[in-house]
Design a protein around this ligand. Structure first.
Ligand SMILES: NC(=O)c1ccc[n+]([C@@H]2O[C@H](COP(=O)([O-])OP(=O)(O)OC[C@H]3O[C@@H](n4cnc5c(N)ncnc54)[C@H](O)[C@@H]3O)[C@@H](O)[C@H]2O)c1
Length: 384
């Protein structure tokens, strides 16, 4: 049972009290030494929730910031509000956990990161899976050379979101809030965390059959700086068990499927995630000899609670942000590159005769601004 001496507790304000904002509140309630001091949401129904939680209610972030200075702020509003609200928080000098993706646009995201640096305030971007012990274990296994040199990664992020998911929050149907941004961002962040920087991107997408302004299926091939190649597909309109959501048991609202969603292949072995099965040949590396798996042991814990504990240590300056603003920006740069590459390819057709399928991407991963066909022969014409 959590002790409740509120005077000594860290005071956190939660901005945006929808799906994920409520999960943050629940995580705070289960974490020692911290409490929710304010909830900010223009939805007046949230006032009652604030009263139930015995904390202040504000309809607007400016009202909150002029009334109090919390120890930390969590921004869990629709993505296109993250930057404008985040800048207000860092200007007020308050460490801020901003939900992923960092921003709806790379350029805007940079403004938030630069403002945080200017005001010397730490950002933590809500890529909470990095706080999952499953991921810590896999990172340790890879670093210890358990599977040798990582050569390839394959990630599947497929599920079916019901119509009500979009009807209840219409921002989810608007440009920039599709599954590349909302869902794949998590997987891209994990792939970067486990395998290093992404330097090349080729992508395709199909527009949502349900008529929303975004894709409902997308796929990308990623080139990593260390030479590994990654493939990812995402869809919010495929019925399947192969997603982190269904397989990692992070959140009980998702049914559990005993499957994996990310495969990492190396020169000495392979790992499936989140079940952490390590596959190796019994004797020599040889596809004609038996291959067996063993499961790595971990003690499970809730990454959202771990994220809050880490946020408190950031506030106390005992730890550096595991997902700093710059890190969130780098993940966003890859997500942005996927969007742009997919947009280009909708109007390009691969010229199989010249075998010209490469699209060059700047290796300056913070910018990815040069996604374009590089030579005449690579240009394929406008969609035929
Ligand atoms: N880390 C995760 O696993 C995870 C999961 C879901 C969503 N997210 C991210 O969290 C963010 C929110 O997503 P969601 O699904 O919870 O959205 P949601 O629509 O369920 O909730 C958003 C809330 O923000 C409130 N709001 C709107 N304008 C506001 C304003 N100006 N000030 C304060 N509150 C305002 C809305 O009333 C609503 O209650 C998105 O960026 C999304 O990508 C992260």
């Amino acid at each position: 049972m959590k002790s409740d001496n509120s005077r000594d507790m860290k005071q956190l304000a939660v901005v945006g009290c929808g799906l994920v904002g409520r999960r943050h509140i629940a995580a705070i309630e289960q974490t020692e030494g911290v409490r929710v001091c304010a909830i900010i949401d223009p939805d007046s129904a949230i006032k009652q929730l604030a009263s139930d939680k015995d904390c202040s209610y504000f309809a607007d972030i400016d009202e909150m910031l002029s009334a109090m200075k919390p120890d930390g702020i969590i921004i869990a509003t629709p993505t296109n509000m993250h930057v404008i609200q985040g800048i207000k928080c860092v200007k007020a000098g308050v460490p801020t956990l901003v939900e992923k993706p960092l921003s709806h646009s790379l350029e805007e995201g940079k403004k938030l990161v630069e403002a945080a640096e200017k005001h010397n305030v730490t950002l933590l971007v809500g890529h909470h899976r990095r706080h999952n012990p499953i991921i810590s274990k896999v990172k340790e296994l890879i670093s210890n050379g358990e599977i040798g040199e990582v050569r390839a990664l394959h990630c599947t992020c497929w599920f079916y979101k019901p119509d009500s998911y979009f009807e209840n929050a219409p921002w989810r149907t608007k440009k920039g809030a599709g599954p590349i941004s909302v869902n794949l961002a998590h997987d891209i962040d994990l792939m970067r965390y486990l395998c290093g920087e992404v330097v090349q991107v080729q992508a395709q997408k199909t527009l949502a059959r349900r008529g929303y302004q975004n894709e409902d299926v997308a796929s990308a091939v990623l080139g990593f700086a260390n030479g590994a190649i990654g493939t990812v597909t995402v869809s919010d309109s495929i019925v399947s068990p192969w997603s982190w959501e269904f397989t990692a048991q992070e959140y009980p609202v998702y049914p559990y499927a005993d499957e994996s969603s990310l495969l990492i292949g190396g020169s000495e072995g392979a790992i499936s995630i989140p079940d952490i099965k390590i596959w190796k040949h019994e004797k020599q590396r040889d596809w004609w000899t038996p291959i067996i798996s063993r499961k790595a042991d971990i003690t499970k814990s809730d990454p959202l609670i771990n994220q809050i504990s880490h946020f408190i240590k950031i506030i106390d300056e005992k730890e550096e942000s595991i997902v700093s603003g710059r890190e969130g920006l780098r993940t966003l740069a890859v997500v942005d590159a996927i969007q742009r590459s997919a947009d280009n390819q909708q109007t390009l057709v691969v010229n199989h005769e010249s075998h010209a399928t490469n699209i060059e991407v700047s290796t300056d991963f913070e910018h990815f601004t040069t996604i374009k066909p590089t030579t005449e022969e690579r240009i394929i014409e406008d969609a035929v």
